[in-house]
Design a protein around this ligand. Structure first.
Ligand SMILES: [Zn+2]
Ligand SMILES: [Zn+2]
Length: 322
């Protein structure tokens, strides 16, 4: 979701420490953005698959309605992903997503094998797989199923997060104040005066001080890499993974200013920052996948990403789902 009310000039006024998600438009918006970004992109097939997966999430979100148990929620991380006892609704969301993907004509054969596998897994094994997804410990045979299970978990946690009240949630020093997960990226608003980190799981956005490392909180020596600067730092660089030059104006022009990697020399980690005012259609989660080339360049230079995108497998350019 793209926050707009804080962008533009003028006084910032009171800064909310938290911006809770609006699932009724979130997943449909991501589906639309993935479709736009896929055109002419070197990762077109995978971006189209993710557009399809987001559409399935939107359908699941419209039919599956988990309810929060308000009386027993803690102020600190009320939906802590590691401790929260998941209700059966996340499995219902998974069933809707599997049905939607099965009906999609564009799904390749390997994708169908993954859907069959997930159909046949008994609930205890699905719960164990969900735990591994939430621990970012998806490896080996889980790789293909990971993003689909993650999609169901996102629907579940986002639906619950949307029912909370901002003022009932305590700020957190690290991770999402609602569910404790890592951020996917940062979103810069208000003419570079304000930024929020976006939760990789529940899509909650939380305020984070500018020019400060999101991993170790140091403010010393922070530097910023654009796609062009990261590429220039590498000798003999090529354009692999980059939006093609012949792509529509949205990808070619936006790549100049829409994303930077904020790098911290103290802990050698970086966070991707997206500039909301560079493109009103920007969607943090989708634009993150579409700018994977920046992560590849940063990794080659020895930087470690702080944050995670559940649709991207670490060390892999593409998920094997396609
Ligand atoms: Zn969260
Ligand atoms: Zn740091």
């Amino acid at each position: 979701m793209i926050p707009t009310e804080l962008s533009g000039g003028g006084e910032l006024g009171e800064i909310p420490h938290l911006r809770l998600p609006r699932p009724e438009s979130l997943f449909a918006g991501r589906a639309e953005r993935f479709t736009v970004l896929a055109a002419g992109h070197t990762l077109r097939e995978y971006l189209e698959f993710l557009a399809c997966l987001e559409g399935a999430q939107a359908a699941a979100c419209a039919t599956v309605r988990p309810l929060v148990n308000g009386g027993s929620l803690a102020r600190e991380r009320p939906l802590g992903a590691a401790s929260h006892r998941r209700g059966p609704e996340w499995l219902e969301a998974l069933a809707v997503i599997l049905a939607e993907l099965s009906a999609a004509s564009a799904l390749p054969e390997e994708g169908r094998t993954t859907l069959d596998l997930l159909h046949e897994l008994p609930p205890p094994e699905l719960e164990a797989l969900a735990d591994r997804v939430l621990e970012n410990a998806v490896l080996g045979t889980d790789l293909a199923a990971g993003p689909i299970v993650a999609a169901a978990l996102q629907v579940y946690f986002t639906s619950l997060a949307a029912q909370l009240r901002e003022n009932a949630i305590a700020p957190a020093r690290d991770g999402c104040p609602v569910c404790g997960s890592l951020p996917v990226v940062g979103l810069v608003l208000g003419d570079d005066r304000l930024r929020y980190l976006v939760c990789s799981l529940c899509a909650t956005q939380w305020h984070h001080t500018r020019v400060q490392c999101t991993a170790c909180h140091s403010g010393k020596g922070i530097s910023y890499f654009t796609l062009e600067r990261a590429r220039a730092a590498r000798e003999g660089g090529d354009a692999e993974g980059e939006p093609e030059r012949s792509a529509p104006a949205v990808t070619a022009a936006a790549s100049l200013t829409r994303v930077k990697a904020e790098a911290c020399p103290s802990c050698k980690s970086y966070t991707k920052l997206f500039y909301a005012e560079s493109d009103p259609r920007l969607e943090p989660f989708a634009d993150d996948v579409a700018t994977l080339s920046l992560d590849l360049l940063m990794a080659e230079d020895g930087w470690v990403r702080h944050g995670v995108n559940l649709f991207l497998v670490p060390g892999e350019e593409r998920s094997p789902v396609q």
